[in-house]
Design a protein around this ligand. Structure first.
Ligand SMILES: [Zn+2]
Length: 277
């Protein structure tokens, strides 16, 4: 196996262990322990399905795109002739901005929301939510990111560092962990925190359609999608999607089929695919 893949897996596994221990000792929402076994089974099974599909489709697309672009001098960053560390840093920032918009697009367009709602259907919020994605959304995401690798002219190291940061922040941001308020506020100045991302998993739709950031919190502030907190106390608020709370939506087979299901009415709330953001 490629050493960079091993490195990313080692970082990911270590972070799962650290965050899982933090959740067990200092959970933010007390009720998340209920029904956890079933949720974790589905969420981690989806992760394995996603990894298997990626292995045979777009899994290496970003690295291949980086090598291809680098060999031909394609992209914006090579035009600037920057020192290598600066170019890597700018590539990471550029990719994070592109993925902010990718996430926002998944809430704007119905065809994309159908896949992304598999992530939002989870009625709980913990480290396992970080890996709950439909395999096709992961494959589409890799192809999208590969396009921006070429546009930016990001080199392979920037891709490896960015992907490691992205999966690390995904686990951190979905952590059901207590974080001192002052530390949360200080971190939020630059980075997405669990308290910030939990707003995005609220069952209230205009709260779901906010806080799209993955690593840097700046994009939500710049593009006017930042929300400080939920209206309801986020220790007790409903998480997930009101229209998909049946047991079928929570199973592995139900999750894989969810993009193709008719969406039940959700009362007078805006539907994400039609709400603009
Ligand atoms: Zn989302």
């Amino acid at each position: 196996m490629d050493q960079t893949v091993l490195f990313r897996l080692a970082v990911f596994a270590t972070l799962l262990l650290v965050m899982g221990t933090w959740e067990a000792i200092l959970p933010y929402r007390r009720g998340e322990g209920q029904a956890r076994a079933g949720r974790w089974l589905t969420n981690f099974a989806l992760m394995i399905c996603g990894a298997a599909l990626s292995r045979f489709t777009t899994g290496a697309a970003m690295i291949i795109a980086a090598s291809y672009a680098q060999a031909r001098g394609w992209g914006l960053l090579p035009l600037l002739h920057l020192p290598a560390p600066v170019a890597v840093l700018l590539a990471i920032i550029g990719l994070d901005c592109a993925v902010y918009w990718q996430h926002r697009f998944t809430h704007m367009f119905d065809v994309l929301w159908r896949f992304h709602r598999v992530h939002h259907v989870d009625p709980g919020f913990d480290i396992s939510t970080a890996v709950r994605f439909h395999p096709l959304e992961i494959a589409i995401s890799a192809a999208y990111k590969a396009c921006f690798v070429v546009i930016l002219g990001a080199d392979a190291w920037a891709v490896v560092i960015y992907e490691t940061l992205l999966s690390s922040f995904a686990v951190f941001n979905h952590g059901n962990v207590q974080l001192p308020r002052l530390l949360d506020q200080a971190l939020r100045g630059l980075f997405v925190t669990p308290n910030m991302h939990r707003v995005h998993h609220s069952a209230v739709m205009d709260e779901t359609n906010s806080n799209y950031g993955n690593i840097l919190s700046v994009w939500d502030r710049v593009f006017a999608s930042y929300r400080e907190k939920t209206r309801e106390d986020d220790r007790d608020m409903m998480i997930g999607l009101i229209e998909f709370r049946d047991s079928e939506s929570q199973s592995l087979a139900g999750s894989l089929f969810l993009p193709f299901r008719r969406e039940p009415a959700r009362g007078n709330q805006q539907e994400p695919g039609k709400s603009g953001s």
